[in-house]
Design a protein around this ligand. Sequence first.
Ligand code: PLP
Length: 476
Amino acid sequence: MTSEHFRRGYNKHLLHPWANFNELGKDENKTVITRGEGIYIYDADGNRLLDGPAGMWCMQLGYGRPEIAEAVSKQMNQLAYTSSWNVVNDKEIELASRIASKTPGDLNRIFFTTCGSTAVDAALRLCQLASNIKGQPNRKHILSRESAYHGSSFLAASVTGKERDKSAMDVLIDKVHFISEPCFYHHPSFASEEEFCDFLIDELEDKINELGAENIMCFIAEPILASGGVIVPPKDYNYRCWEKVKKYGITYIADEIVTGFGRLGHWFVSEEVMGIVPDIITFAKGITAGHIPLGGYAVSEKFLQELSDDKEGFMYANGFTWSGNPVACAAALASWDIFEKEDVFSHVKEISTYFQQQLKTLEQIPLVGEVRGVGLMAAVEASMQVSNGNDRLEKDYAVGELVDSHCQQLGLLVRPLINLCIISPPLVIIEAQVDELVSILKKGLELTLADLREQGIWQDTELSHNTSNAKRALSS
Ligand code: PLP
C-alpha cells in the first residue's frame, strides 16, 4: 500500500502531538514510515530517509536490532506484566541496580515511570511531598529556564519554558519561575561567554532572594537544553547553578532524559561532564534505545532519609500501571548489553568531534546563523536576519519547514523547530553517514535560501558569507 493510502487514514482519524487545528485532516504531505533498518527509515513508497533526529532523541542503536527484539519476545512469553502495587519483578530489580551503579553520589533509589513526562512529573510530586512532610508547605516554588523542555503532563508542561509551547493550554503559573535561557548566541549584548555566565548566575541568585530560598522547592534543568534548540550553556554554568542552588538548600533536579544513555558518550553527564551531584536525575528515551516506553528517576538516599524520620500519614501516592514493566525493563537490559558489548559510548566520543566539525561547515551558508552542539546533538539555526519584523514567527516557521521538506526529498529527516533544524542521529552513525547527512543538509539549506530569495523574504546584505561570530557581532 502506498503513502497516499495511509495518509487518507491519518487525515481521517489521527490527532498528533502539537497538531494545528486549522490544518487537521488536510495534510497532503505527511511522511508515512513503515520500516527501519540501521540509521535509516523507509516510507510506504520505499523511499529511504536518514533518521536525523533518531526518532525523538531516542533510537540510540538505530532500527532492526534482533537482540532487543528477541529479549522483548522472550520476556513477553515468560512474563508480560507485573503490578508494582503487589509484587516486584526480576527485570526491574536488575535494571535498577545497573542504573544505581552509574548514577553519581548516593542516587541509588530508582523509581520507574512510563516516559519522560511522567518521570519529571513524578520527581516534582516527590519534591512537593517532601516539603509537606518536612512541615514546609510554602516551599513549593519551582525554578526553571526559558527554552527548557520537560514534557507534556500538566506539571512537566508547567516547568517548560519554550516560547512556542506557551499556547492557550493551561499550566501552573503562580509557582513556576523562569530565568534566562543560557544561550550566548541569543544574547548578543554580552561581550563574552564569561560575562554572560556571570549575568546568568547573578540572575539566579536574585530570583532566589526575591522568592525567598525557604519558599523554593527545586531547580530543574537539562544539562544541555535539547528541544529548546540544543543550547549548550557557557562553561561552568551548570556547575555554578548547582553550587548556588545547594548553597540555599534547594533541591537540584537534573533532567537527563536526552543527555542520559549515551548522547554525549556517557551514561549520565551530571557528574562526569558537569562535575555535579544532583539530588534527582530523570531519565527516559535512550534507556530502551527508544524501543519501548520507559522512564524514571534516580533519587538520593539522603533525600529520602529526611522523609522517613518518624513521620506518619505521608505516603508517595504516585505511580503507573506500567511502572517497572518487565518487558520494558527487558528491552532496557538488552540495549544496555549492546551499549557495553559494542562500546557504543566510546564510539560517540570519537565520532562526535567529526560530526560537530562537519556540521560547523554549514555556517558558510549565509542563511545559517549558528551551528551549535555537543556530542551527538546539534542545532542549525537560521540567521537572525530572517527573524526581524512583525511576521517574524511566520517567516521562521517557513524556514524550518522548507529545510525539512527539501531534506526529505533528498533523503534526510530533520526535526524542524521554528527557525532551527535539530540533528541528533542514532549513536551508531559512522563517518560516511555523517558525510551523507551533512551534504544533504547543506543542499537543503541552499535550496531553502534560494526559495527565500525568490519569495523576497531573504535579502543579501553584508552579513552574507560571514562566519557566525561576525554575524553575531554585526547583529548586536
Ligand atoms: N525532558 C526532556 C529533556 C525532554 O527532551 C523530553 C522529551 O523530549 C521530556 C522530558 C518528555 O519526555 P516524553 O516525551 O517521553 O514524555
